[in-house]
Every structure is written in structure tokens, then in C-alpha cells.
Design a protein around this ligand. Structure first.
Ligand code: ATP
Ligand code: MN
Length: 427
């Protein structure tokens, strides 16, 4: 007897052979002389039929939805069965007989989110988590192909990266520390040793807003490297995102199909992405009736208006310095403009922010002072500009926002296994 994954059985390799599968009961239908069990494992579903005269009958009668089982039987093709194969059961051993499973048909999204620990067994979540794994793999591949080194920044930090209202503070023995909002400043330290670096790590934001694109804990794909300009930065980011989309189409065909993802949209992701300046984006908004003025930050509603016009990922760059963080490098010939760039997509708006970093010590100190931050908190950051400063760029891409867009997910909550929002932190 051979132990097999359900997907292997469905591939037809084990046709007419006696095989063993391990799984859980997804559905059960009882006839007079026949019981149908739809069994799932991590790889898929298969129909198992138990005849009254088989030795598995007594167990088949007893099993409940989500009971864990080991089943022996013969795999054979059957046009009526989902996936085209079924298992004719010889014997069943019940590993864990389940109590009445709380998730049945027609339950509200809210209920399903309250029983997240059980809902993660659903096919939908199973498929999203598999693609998430692949997107992480393709991201790492892309950085490595470009000679980047993966590094591990801290989550406990002593100074706020951007300061302000979205910072979580916490008691750290008898001091106050913060949860990191971005690993950028730590990547900036590491470029002086490793040059091209990236990390994929959690970032934390005390976001009170309840939107389809905000979590309080999310995974941030960040890269930082020297001797590059804004155009190199956009080239890199668009190549990364198009590589991820292309590889996902190639390697997750079945998952995308089952999730009914709009493949056309993913296939349209081709470099170069459109690029417009902040000033051009303001012009577009005013033409569309917006009351925004030059100098105002773009909110979700504004981003959506512009993004829907493009219908594909694109960049907005050269923002007003006044709405950008202290580390943003400014244009030397026009200090009111910061070398900052966002990538936006339809429906979601912003999915990444990047830019050139201020590499001049005196200008950096001025920006820290002007932002009302304490110089002492950033003395190590200023050191980087004292000892062999170099021009450099970097960006941060939100993994969950990318997934929400790629997979047409309604809410960012369903792009991560254990979402954290103002209201949700269980389990
Ligand atoms: P927003 O204006 O949408 O709140 P932001 O500009 O404050 O985002 P950045 O500091 O630029 O966010 O962070 C870089 C990227 O991290 C964003 O482009 C986004 O993809 C992701 N991100 C930021 N905040 C969140 C969040 N609360 N939940 C999920 N992803 C986030
Ligand atoms: Mn941003």
C-alpha cells in the first residue's frame, strides 16, 4: 500500500492500485447501500465511496464533518466524481472523531472571521495561502537573481522611523520601545557592508482606520541599494512586480483558476509601467472634479480615481517635500520636490513607497530638526552620512496589498492567515 497525497491520486498515476490517503471529511452523503465521503488534504479533494459490504462501512457511518481519517482503497477514474477520480474504500481508520463542526453553509463573513482558526481549513483560504507562499518565493528569487542579500532587521526599535500616530509603543523592562513600522533605516545601515540588501519582515502600524487595505501587522517586502537613481528604482520595482505576476500565472495555474482570478489583468502586467509626476496627478484629479490643491497628500479616494484611469500598476513620483518623511532626498535644484515614488494599482491605490534617501549629513540634520524629531534619537542614522556616505535608494512593498490586488480579494483580512486589525487579534 502506498501513502499518497490526494493531488497525486487525481493525477491518475495510481489508477487501479491500492493506496492510502490521510485527510479530513469535507462532506458526507449517505445512501442506503453507499456512503460518499468527500475527503480533503492539503493538496485537494477526492470522493471516496464506501459500500455497505465493505469493512469500512461501520466507520463511514460514524464519521462526522472534519473528522480526521486514514483511508485505504482503490483509485479509479470516474467521470461523475469531482476531479475525475474516486477511491473505492476498503477500510477506514478514524484518527479524530470531530464534534459538530461550527462552520456550515451560508455563514456570514463576520462569523467566519471569528472562527478564523477553523475557517483556515476552507478551500478558499487554503488556495490563498498557497499563492502567498509562492509570491514570497518569487520575491526572494527576484532579489537573489539581482545579487541582493537577505537580512534580518529587528522588530523592537528605539526610535520611530516616521514618528507619529501610527506607532505602537511597548514596555521593554523599565523603558519604552516601539514596534517597527518599516525596516528601512536598518537596511540603510547594512548597505555600507553588503551594498544590495532586502528583507521580508513584519511592520506594525497603529492604524485606527478600518479600510480594505489596512492591517495593524503586515508583511513588508523592502529593498535598499547604493548608486541608483529614481529611474533605476522604478525599473527594479516594476520588474519585481511583473516577475511575480508572470511566475504566479505559470506556477499557480490551478489555484488561480479555482479562485476565479482575472488572469487577463495579471497578463497585462508588463514593463514599463506608466509613470506620472505628482503634479500631473493633481492635474488629473482637478480635471475629474477634485478640490485638491498642489501640496495636499493623496488619499485613498484620490488614488482610486487616478488608478482606475490607468487600469494597471503605475508610478507617481516627485512629491512635495512637505508631505514626505525627513529621510527623503530632495531635488538639489528644487528642494520643494522630494525624490519619492509610489506604485499604485486599481481598486487598492498605493502598494509601495520608495525613494532616494538624503545622503548629505547637514541637509539630513536640517530635515530632522524641521520635522520636530530629536537629533539624539537618530545619531546612529546621521553617522551613516559621516563615514563614507553614498547615494542610495530603497522601497517598501506591502505583501498583503499586492495579494489583494493580484487575487481580487475583497478585504486585506483574507490575504494573511492571522489578521490583526483594531478589532481582530484572536486567535
Ligand atoms: P497608507 O497611506 O495607505 O496608510 P503609507 O503611505 O502610510 O500607507 P508606507 O509607510 O508608505 O505606507 O508603507 C509602505 C507600504 O507598506 C505601503 O505602500 C503599503 O503597501 C504597505 N502598508 C502600509 N501600511 C499598511 C497597513 N496598515 N496595512 C497593510 N499594508 C500597509
Ligand atoms: Mn506610502
Amino acid at each position: 500500500m502506498v501513502l499518497m497525497k490526494i493531488s497525486e491520486v487525481l493525477s491518475g498515476k495510481s489508477n487501479s492500485k491500492v493506496i492510502t490517503i490521510r485527510g479530513w471529511v469535507y462532506r458526507k452523503r449517505e445512501g442506503k447501500n453507499l456512503i460518499f465521503l468527500l475527503i480533503r488534504d492539503s493538496s485537494g479533494f477526492i470522493q471516496c465511496t464506501v459500500k455497505k459490504d465493505s469493512s469500512g462501512w461501520v466507520e463511514a457511518e460514524r464519521v462526522t464533518i472534519e473528522s480526521s481519517l486514514i483511508i485505504d482503497g482503490i483509485a479509479k477514474p470516474d467521470d461523475r466524481a469531482p476531479g475525475g477520480f474516486e477511491i473505492s474504500v476498503n477500510s477506514i481508520s478514524i484518527i479524530g472523531l470531530a464534534e459538530i463542526f461550527p462552520i456550515s453553509k451560508d455563514q456570514s463573513t463576520d462569523f467566519l472571521r471569528n472562527v478564523r482558526h477553523l475557517w483556515l481549513r476552507s478551500r478558499k483560504m487554503n488556495l490563498i495561502m498557497k499563492i502567498r507562499d509562492k509570491v514570497l518565493e518569487f520575491s526572494r528569487d527576484f532579489f537573489r537573481k539581482n545579487q541582493f542579500i537577505e537580512v534580518s532587521p529587528p522588530m523592537f526599535i528605539s526610535a520611530a522611523v516616521e514618528g507619529g500616530s501610527t506607532l505602537f509603543d511597548l514596555k521593554y523592562f523599565d523603558q519604552t520601545l516601539y514596534l517597527t513600522q518599516s525596516s528601512q533605516l536598518y537596511l540603510e545601515i547594512l548597505i555600507y557592508s553588503l551594498e544590495k540588501v532586502f528583507c521580508i519582515a513584519p511592520s506594525f502600524r497603529a492604524e485606527k482606520s478600518r479600510t480594505i487595505r489596512h492591517l495593524t501587522e503586515y508583511w513588508h517586502i523592502e529593498g535598499e541599494w547604493p548608486y541608483a537613481n529614481m529611474s533605476d528604482l522604478m525599473n527594479f520595482q516594476e520588474s519585481l512586480v511583473s516577475y511575480i505576476c508572470e511566475q504566479t500565472i505559470l506556477n499557480c495555474k490551478n489555484e488561480l483558476e479555482e479562485l476565479k482570478v482575472d488572469l487577463k489583468k495579471l497578463k497585462l502586467v508588463k514593463t514599463p509601467f506608466p509613470r506620472i509626476t505628482y503634479s500631473e496627478s493633481i492635474k488629473i484629479l482637478i480635471e475629474n472634479g477634485s478640490k485638491l490643491n498642489w501640496g495636499d497628500d493623496l488619499g485613498y479616494e484620490e488614488e482610486k480615481i487616478i488608478a482606475n484611469k490607468f487600469g494597471c500598476p503605475f508610478f507617481i513620483y516627485d512629491y512635495p517635500t512637505s508631505i514626505k518623511a525627513f529621510y527623503c532626498k530632495t531635488h538639489r535644484e528644487d528642494p520643494n520636490l522630494a525624490m519619492s515614488v509610489d506604485m499604485l494599482v486599481p481598486r487598492i491605490g498605493e502598494i509601495s513607497t520608495g525613494g532616494a534617501r538624503e545622503d548629505d549629513k547637514d541637509l539630513l540634520i536640517k530635515r530632522i530638526n524641521d520635522s520636530g524629531l530629536k537629533i539624539e534619537d537618530y545619531s546612529w542614522y546621521i553617522d551613516l552620512r559621516k563615514y563614507g556616505t553614498i547615494p542610495h535608494v530603497g522601497f517598501g512593498l506591502g505583501l498583503e496589498r499586492l495579494l489583494v490586488w493580484m487575487l481580487d480579494i475583497d478585504n486585506i483580512i483574507d490575504s494573511i492567515p492571522f489578521p490583526r486589525t483594531t478589532r481582530r487579534f484572536y486567535p
